[in-house]
Write a protein that binds this ligand. Structure first.
Ligand SMILES: O=c1ccn([C@@H]2O[C@H](COP(=O)(O)O)[C@@H](O)[C@H]2O)c(=O)[nH]1
Length: 265
Protein backbone atom coordinates (compact mmCIF):
# COMPACT_ATOMS: atom_id res chain seq x y z
CA UNK A 1 0.00 0.00 0.00
CA UNK A 2 1.15 3.52 -0.77
CA UNK A 3 0.95 6.59 1.43
CA UNK A 4 -2.32 7.82 -0.04
CA UNK A 5 -3.97 4.41 0.44
CA UNK A 6 -2.92 4.49 4.08
CA UNK A 7 -4.14 8.05 4.39
CA UNK A 8 -7.46 7.11 2.81
CA UNK A 9 -7.89 4.36 5.41
CA UNK A 10 -6.92 6.67 8.25
CA UNK A 11 -9.39 9.33 7.08
CA UNK A 12 -12.15 6.71 6.98
CA UNK A 13 -11.20 5.30 10.36
CA UNK A 14 -11.29 8.58 12.28
CA UNK A 15 -13.73 10.35 9.95
CA UNK A 16 -11.35 13.29 9.78
CA UNK A 17 -9.14 15.15 7.31
CA UNK A 18 -7.43 17.14 10.05
CA UNK A 19 -3.65 17.33 9.98
CA UNK A 20 -2.42 18.34 13.42
CA UNK A 21 0.70 20.46 13.02
CA UNK A 22 3.27 19.58 15.65
CA UNK A 23 5.18 22.87 15.55
CA UNK A 24 6.50 22.46 19.10
CA UNK A 25 7.92 25.94 19.55
CA UNK A 26 10.10 25.70 22.67
CA UNK A 27 9.20 29.31 23.54
CA UNK A 28 5.50 28.46 23.76
CA UNK A 29 5.37 25.08 25.44
CA UNK A 30 4.21 25.00 29.09
CA UNK A 31 6.86 25.97 31.60
CA UNK A 32 6.46 22.84 33.72
CA UNK A 33 7.69 20.73 30.78
CA UNK A 34 10.92 22.68 30.33
CA UNK A 35 12.84 20.69 32.96
CA UNK A 36 12.14 17.38 31.15
CA UNK A 37 14.98 15.68 29.25
CA UNK A 38 13.25 16.41 25.93
CA UNK A 39 10.59 19.08 26.50
CA UNK A 40 9.31 19.05 22.90
CA UNK A 41 8.84 15.30 23.00
CA UNK A 42 7.09 15.54 26.39
CA UNK A 43 4.80 18.20 24.90
CA UNK A 44 4.10 16.26 21.70
CA UNK A 45 3.38 13.06 23.58
CA UNK A 46 0.58 14.72 25.52
CA UNK A 47 -0.70 16.48 22.41
CA UNK A 48 -0.80 13.15 20.56
CA UNK A 49 -2.57 11.43 23.45
CA UNK A 50 -5.20 14.18 23.39
CA UNK A 51 -5.67 14.55 19.63
CA UNK A 52 -4.99 11.24 17.89
CA UNK A 53 -8.67 10.25 17.68
CA UNK A 54 -9.23 13.32 15.51
CA UNK A 55 -6.01 13.27 13.52
CA UNK A 56 -5.78 11.98 9.96
CA UNK A 57 -2.07 12.82 10.14
CA UNK A 58 0.50 14.69 12.18
CA UNK A 59 2.62 17.31 10.48
CA UNK A 60 5.71 18.32 12.44
CA UNK A 61 7.53 21.19 10.79
CA UNK A 62 11.27 20.43 10.70
CA UNK A 63 12.07 24.05 11.64
CA UNK A 64 11.10 23.32 15.23
CA UNK A 65 13.46 20.34 15.55
CA UNK A 66 16.67 21.33 13.79
CA UNK A 67 19.08 20.95 16.69
CA UNK A 68 20.53 17.91 18.51
CA UNK A 69 17.73 17.44 21.03
CA UNK A 70 15.22 18.42 18.39
CA UNK A 71 16.00 15.48 16.16
CA UNK A 72 15.74 13.10 19.12
CA UNK A 73 12.41 14.67 20.02
CA UNK A 74 11.22 14.29 16.45
CA UNK A 75 12.21 10.61 16.26
CA UNK A 76 10.37 9.86 19.51
CA UNK A 77 7.35 11.83 18.30
CA UNK A 78 7.17 10.00 14.97
CA UNK A 79 7.47 6.59 16.63
CA UNK A 80 4.76 7.49 19.14
CA UNK A 81 2.39 8.75 16.45
CA UNK A 82 2.95 5.52 14.53
CA UNK A 83 2.15 3.57 17.69
CA UNK A 84 -1.24 5.30 17.66
CA UNK A 85 -1.71 4.39 14.00
CA UNK A 86 -1.33 7.95 12.69
CA UNK A 87 0.81 8.73 9.62
CA UNK A 88 3.40 11.48 9.90
CA UNK A 89 4.08 14.08 7.23
CA UNK A 90 7.32 15.97 7.81
CA UNK A 91 7.02 19.55 6.60
CA UNK A 92 10.65 20.07 5.59
CA UNK A 93 10.33 21.73 2.16
CA UNK A 94 13.44 19.93 0.95
CA UNK A 95 15.18 19.75 -2.49
CA UNK A 96 18.75 20.22 -3.70
CA UNK A 97 21.28 18.94 -6.23
CA UNK A 98 21.54 15.16 -6.71
CA UNK A 99 23.85 13.84 -3.99
CA UNK A 100 22.50 16.28 -1.40
CA UNK A 101 18.87 15.59 -2.11
CA UNK A 102 19.56 11.82 -2.04
CA UNK A 103 20.85 12.34 1.50
CA UNK A 104 17.86 14.52 2.39
CA UNK A 105 15.49 11.82 1.16
CA UNK A 106 16.76 9.38 3.80
CA UNK A 107 14.49 11.15 6.28
CA UNK A 108 11.72 9.14 4.62
CA UNK A 109 13.11 6.08 6.41
CA UNK A 110 11.26 7.57 9.41
CA UNK A 111 8.46 9.79 8.14
CA UNK A 112 5.60 8.67 5.86
CA UNK A 113 5.51 11.78 3.71
CA UNK A 114 7.35 15.03 3.20
CA UNK A 115 6.94 18.47 1.67
CA UNK A 116 9.40 19.43 -1.08
CA UNK A 117 10.21 22.60 -3.00
CA UNK A 118 9.99 22.34 -6.82
CA UNK A 119 12.06 25.43 -7.54
CA UNK A 120 15.22 23.48 -8.52
CA UNK A 121 13.34 21.18 -10.87
CA UNK A 122 12.55 17.49 -11.12
CA UNK A 123 16.02 16.08 -10.44
CA UNK A 124 16.12 17.97 -7.13
CA UNK A 125 13.15 15.99 -5.82
CA UNK A 126 13.58 12.74 -7.77
CA UNK A 127 14.88 10.65 -4.82
CA UNK A 128 11.69 11.54 -2.95
CA UNK A 129 9.48 10.70 -5.95
CA UNK A 130 11.29 7.35 -6.20
CA UNK A 131 10.10 6.34 -2.73
CA UNK A 132 6.91 4.77 -4.09
CA UNK A 133 5.45 4.00 -0.68
CA UNK A 134 5.94 7.55 0.65
CA UNK A 135 3.94 10.72 0.05
CA UNK A 136 5.56 13.76 -1.59
CA UNK A 137 3.72 17.06 -1.27
CA UNK A 138 5.12 19.68 -3.65
CA UNK A 139 4.80 23.39 -2.80
CA UNK A 140 2.43 24.83 -5.39
CA UNK A 141 0.62 27.93 -4.07
CA UNK A 142 1.68 28.63 -0.51
CA UNK A 143 -0.43 30.34 2.15
CA UNK A 144 1.95 33.15 3.13
CA UNK A 145 1.32 36.77 2.02
CA UNK A 146 4.39 36.72 -0.26
CA UNK A 147 3.36 33.44 -1.87
CA UNK A 148 2.23 35.32 -4.96
CA UNK A 149 5.57 37.14 -5.45
CA UNK A 150 6.95 34.31 -7.57
CA UNK A 151 4.23 31.66 -7.67
CA UNK A 152 1.72 33.94 -9.44
CA UNK A 153 4.16 35.32 -12.01
CA UNK A 154 2.80 34.89 -15.52
CA UNK A 155 4.81 32.70 -17.83
CA UNK A 156 5.12 33.48 -21.55
CA UNK A 157 2.21 31.06 -22.10
CA UNK A 158 0.04 33.30 -19.91
CA UNK A 159 -0.36 30.76 -17.12
CA UNK A 160 0.83 31.56 -13.61
CA UNK A 161 3.88 29.66 -12.39
CA UNK A 162 1.85 27.75 -9.78
CA UNK A 163 -0.30 26.26 -12.55
CA UNK A 164 2.84 25.02 -14.33
CA UNK A 165 3.99 23.45 -11.07
CA UNK A 166 0.63 21.68 -10.73
CA UNK A 167 0.81 20.41 -14.33
CA UNK A 168 4.37 19.16 -13.86
CA UNK A 169 3.40 17.37 -10.67
CA UNK A 170 0.69 15.52 -12.57
CA UNK A 171 3.45 14.28 -14.91
CA UNK A 172 5.84 13.48 -12.07
CA UNK A 173 3.18 11.41 -10.31
CA UNK A 174 4.30 8.12 -11.90
CA UNK A 175 3.87 6.17 -8.66
CA UNK A 176 0.67 7.80 -7.42
CA UNK A 177 2.56 9.31 -4.48
CA UNK A 178 2.47 13.03 -5.31
CA UNK A 179 0.30 15.70 -3.71
CA UNK A 180 0.36 19.50 -3.72
CA UNK A 181 0.62 22.12 -1.00
CA UNK A 182 -2.02 24.76 -1.65
CA UNK A 183 -2.91 27.29 1.04
CA UNK A 184 -6.41 27.91 2.35
CA UNK A 185 -5.69 31.65 2.24
CA UNK A 186 -6.18 31.68 -1.55
CA UNK A 187 -9.54 30.01 -2.17
CA UNK A 188 -9.69 31.12 -5.83
CA UNK A 189 -6.31 29.58 -6.56
CA UNK A 190 -7.35 26.45 -4.67
CA UNK A 191 -10.36 26.13 -6.96
CA UNK A 192 -8.34 26.71 -10.15
CA UNK A 193 -5.67 24.22 -9.19
CA UNK A 194 -8.27 21.60 -8.28
CA UNK A 195 -9.89 22.03 -11.71
CA UNK A 196 -6.50 21.58 -13.32
CA UNK A 197 -5.41 18.47 -11.40
CA UNK A 198 -8.54 16.63 -10.25
CA UNK A 199 -6.64 13.57 -9.02
CA UNK A 200 -3.88 15.01 -6.83
CA UNK A 201 -4.54 15.18 -3.08
CA UNK A 202 -3.68 18.52 -1.46
CA UNK A 203 -2.17 19.44 1.86
CA UNK A 204 -4.01 22.64 2.71
CA UNK A 205 -2.35 24.73 5.42
CA UNK A 206 -3.55 28.13 6.57
CA UNK A 207 -6.83 27.47 8.37
CA UNK A 208 -6.75 28.46 12.04
CA UNK A 209 -4.02 30.96 12.93
CA UNK A 210 -3.69 32.25 9.33
CA UNK A 211 -7.44 32.74 8.90
CA UNK A 212 -7.82 30.72 5.68
CA UNK A 213 -11.08 29.46 4.19
CA UNK A 214 -12.01 26.13 5.79
CA UNK A 215 -14.89 25.44 3.40
CA UNK A 216 -12.72 25.94 0.30
CA UNK A 217 -9.97 23.86 1.92
CA UNK A 218 -12.32 20.89 2.08
CA UNK A 219 -14.24 21.50 -1.13
CA UNK A 220 -11.10 21.81 -3.26
CA UNK A 221 -8.43 20.13 -1.14
CA UNK A 222 -9.70 16.58 -1.37
CA UNK A 223 -9.30 14.26 -4.36
CA UNK A 224 -11.69 11.35 -4.07
CA UNK A 225 -12.03 12.16 -0.38
CA UNK A 226 -8.29 12.15 0.24
CA UNK A 227 -6.34 15.21 1.37
CA UNK A 228 -5.34 17.03 4.53
CA UNK A 229 -6.34 20.33 6.08
CA UNK A 230 -3.71 21.44 8.55
CA UNK A 231 -3.83 23.55 11.66
CA UNK A 232 -0.79 23.82 13.88
CA UNK A 233 -0.85 26.69 16.42
CA UNK A 234 -4.64 26.77 16.47
CA UNK A 235 -4.65 23.25 17.90
CA UNK A 236 -1.46 22.66 19.86
CA UNK A 237 -1.44 26.05 21.57
CA UNK A 238 -5.22 26.25 22.10
CA UNK A 239 -4.55 25.76 25.82
CA UNK A 240 -1.70 28.23 26.09
CA UNK A 241 -1.72 29.69 29.58
CA UNK A 242 -3.65 26.74 31.03
CA UNK A 243 -0.42 25.05 32.03
CA UNK A 244 -1.63 21.67 33.29
CA UNK A 245 -4.56 21.32 30.90
CA UNK A 246 -2.95 22.37 27.64
CA UNK A 247 -3.52 18.92 26.18
CA UNK A 248 -7.23 18.89 26.93
CA UNK A 249 -7.66 22.21 25.14
CA UNK A 250 -5.71 20.86 22.15
CA UNK A 251 -7.95 17.78 22.02
CA UNK A 252 -11.03 19.99 22.04
CA UNK A 253 -9.60 22.23 19.31
CA UNK A 254 -8.79 19.24 17.10
CA UNK A 255 -12.29 17.86 17.59
CA UNK A 256 -13.84 21.26 16.82
CA UNK A 257 -11.85 21.56 13.59
CA UNK A 258 -12.76 18.01 12.57
CA UNK A 259 -16.46 18.73 13.12
CA UNK A 260 -16.24 22.02 11.22
CA UNK A 261 -14.44 20.49 8.25
CA UNK A 262 -16.79 17.51 8.17
CA UNK A 263 -19.70 19.87 7.49
CA UNK A 264 -18.17 20.45 4.06
CA UNK A 265 -17.14 16.91 3.14
O1 LIG B 1 2.02 27.27 2.31
C1 LIG B 1 2.33 26.84 3.41
C2 LIG B 1 3.16 25.74 3.57
C3 LIG B 1 3.42 25.29 4.83
N1 LIG B 1 2.89 25.90 5.91
C4 LIG B 1 3.19 25.32 7.24
O2 LIG B 1 1.97 24.85 7.83
C5 LIG B 1 1.95 25.18 9.21
C6 LIG B 1 0.86 26.18 9.48
O3 LIG B 1 0.84 26.53 10.85
P1 LIG B 1 -0.36 27.36 11.53
O4 LIG B 1 0.08 27.51 12.94
O5 LIG B 1 -1.61 26.54 11.40
O6 LIG B 1 -0.48 28.65 10.81
C7 LIG B 1 3.35 25.69 9.54
O7 LIG B 1 4.17 24.59 9.87
C8 LIG B 1 3.79 26.30 8.24
O8 LIG B 1 5.18 26.34 8.09
C9 LIG B 1 2.07 26.98 5.76
O9 LIG B 1 1.55 27.57 6.74
N2 LIG B 1 1.81 27.41 4.49
Amino acid sequence: MGFFDDLHDRIEKVNSVVSVGLDADIDRIPEHLLDKDLPRWAFNRRIIDATHEHAAAYKPNAAFYEDADGWRSLRETIAYAHGKGVPVLLDAKRADIGNTTRKYSEILDYADAITVNPYMGRDSIQPFLDREDKGVFVLCRTSNPGGSDLQSLELASGEPLYERVAALCDLWNEHGNVGLVVGATGPDELEHIREQVPDLPFLVPGVGAQGGDAEAAVEFGLADGVGLVNSSRGIIFAGEGQDEHFDKAAGQAAKRLKTRLNQFR
